[in-house]
Design a protein. Structure first.
Length: 527
């Protein structure tokens, strides 16, 4: 019974695939029966995810084959990582499909949209449940191809077409990297079963990795960077705003996390190659800073959220590069829930802003306020962190990532002190900052506890890791200072000139547009 139970998890993507099949036969402006079936399918998928989580908690990790020949086939892997992602995807799916019911009400192609949306959800579920390399590669490619249909839902919008083309080119390069990595890993470890592969990799420890493993880890890192829209292949993500809002929510809350999931799934293998980990940390950290700075200059709510996603994915891959895999999983979950809510409520941003407290951005901050804010943030972090035993561990990666949390708290507290804010406002902000710090340590401890059986412990940093940590903390500190000082500098002529270049992402995306256009013209000429 236990070995067969994981197979029931496949009923979730199967039910969503059935909705896609039914959508092909649907016509009319409001396919009521299809909407009802899609709602039932998503709720059923979430219920199956809950059952899978309970089963895994009771019985432990389990891999079950559905069918296969010579290690090639369909298999399900249930462990702490896969059930967390399964729960996350199915929960977001329920919300997005329910939101689409009213969002596209009356659209001629509503049935097609619901079918494509459910197909994409099914592909992502198959990806997070994959138990062998070839199952994972197939689901990885299916996720990208099904998303492509959604990105081109409005085929008469040129911007949507250009963004979809760029995404298609980037995704195909990532597919090639992952396929090559799968072949190398299967040859190096003599198996395509992910569980057996990870067990063998963990047994190696500090020993010499099998031939080809460093190349495979580099290919996995490249596939992850491309999938998660990292610099310099990030330009398509802020441009896919021409799609319906539910697509943006699903993309930014779920699909974009696939790169991070891939690295975390093969965490034991990735730790066998320090250069690949350093690549993830360096590119991810730079993209986090780059996306965060560009986000500050955007005037569109949805575009600003897209740049935020670019930055957040970079930070998540920085965590992976430092070996803090449980924290990266926590980041994925928190970011997904936040970003799904942010996109689906983006139409109400004006009402939300009117009812919320906002800092006075026209007042130049005082140096004393910055110093006081930093000291208060340090006191909160150190005091609460000591209660959770954060400083008894030698995991410097966790402390360096926590230092970046201090930057955020410093910014929040400093803004509350601007413009002669009332003491009650400052008090509420301090209470909120304290609550956020407590939540950080509680969730961090819970993530480590839940994922310890599935993921390797955070490794001790080497010299390169320490250098990357120092660069990350110092760079985020500079960005924090920039965020505090930017309101006072915004009227200066130099800042106005620089803002134009920053808002355009320093034109990196324009060069990518030219490349894609050249490839498109060459393909058209050859045909």
């Amino acid at each position: 019974m236990q070995s067969l139970f994981p197979l029931f998890a496949l009923l979730a993507p199967l039910a969503l695939g059935l909705v896609t099949v039914l959508s092909i036969k649907q016509s009319g402006r409001r396919p009521r029966s299809l909407l009802a079936v899609s709602a039932v399918a998503t709720y059923a998928a979430f219920a199956l995810a809950v059952c899978a989580a309970v089963f895994t908690a009771v019985s432990g990790a389990n891999t079950s084959w559905v069918f296969g020949i010579n290690g090639i086939g369909l298999s399900v892997r249930l462990d702490a990582l896969s059930v967390i992602m399964f729960l996350l995807v199915s929960f977001v799916g329920v919300i997005v499909v329910r939101f689409s019911r009213n969002y596209l009400d009356g659209d001629d192609r509503q049935g097609y949209f619901v079918g494509a949306l459910c197909l994409t959800l099914a592909s992502v579920m198959l990806l997070v449940l994959a138990g062998n390399l070839w199952h994972l590669v197939g689901a990885w490619m299916a996720t990208s191809l099904s998303l492509h249909r959604l990105l081109l839902f409005y085929r008469n919008r040129p911007v949507a077409i250009i963004a979809a083309r760029k995404k298609f080119v980037t995704a195909r390069i990532g597919d090639a990297c992952l396929i090559a990595a799968a072949f190398v890993l299967a040859a190096a470890f003599g198996t395509a079963d992910i569980s057996e592969l990870l067990t063998a990799a963990r047994a190696i420890g500090d020993g010499a990795a099998p031939t080809g493993v460093p190349i495979a880890t580099l290919l996995i890192a490249l596939a992850a960077l491309l999938k998660s829209a990292q610099f310099p292949a990030h330009g398509w993500l802020p441009e896919v705003m021409e799609t319906p809002t539910p697509v943006s929510a699903l993309l930014h809350a779920g699909i974009i996390n696939a790169g991070g999931f891939l690295v975390i799934r093969f965490a034991d293998v990735m730790l066998l190659s320090a250069p690949s980990m350093h690549l993830l940390a360096f590119v991810g950290g730079f993209t986090a800073l780059f996306g965060g700075v560009v986000m500050l200059t955007q005037t569109s709510v949805k575009v600003s959220l897209a740049w935020s996603t670019v930055s957040q994915m970079g930070f998540m891959l920085l965590q992976c590069g430092l070996g803090a895999f449980p924290l990266a999983v926590l980041h994925i979950v928190a970011h997904s829930l936040y970003k799904a809510h942010a996109f689906l409520s983006s139409g109400s941003v004006i009402d939300i802003a009117r009812s919320a407290w906002l800092p006075n951005l026209n007042v130049k901050p005082r140096a004393s306020h910055l110093v006081a804010s930093l000291l208060l943030a340090l006191a909160l972090y150190a005091g609460i962190g000591r209660l959770f035993g954060a400083f008894t561990s030698d995991a410097l990666a966790v402390l360096s990532l926590g230092a970046i949390l201090i930057m955020g708290l410093t910014l929040l507290i400093a803004q509350s002190m601007t413009g002669g804010s009332r003491l009650s406002v400052v008090g509420r902000i301090l209470a909120a900052a304290g609550s956020a710090t407590v939540a950080y340590f509680v969730l961090q401890s819970a993530a480590v506890w839940l994922l310890t059986p599935s993921l390797p412990p955070i490794p001790s940093p080497d010299t390169s890791d320490l250098l990357i940590m120092g660069l990350a903390v110092g760079s985020f500190a500079m960005v924090t200072v920039l965020q505090v000082l930017a309101p006072a500098l915004v009227r200066g002529p130099r800042w106005k000139a620089a803002r134009v270049h920053v808002a355009n992402g320093f034109y990196v995306n324009a060069m990518f547009n030219r490349l894609v256009g050249a490839l498109q013209r060459r393909t058209a000429n050859q045909s």
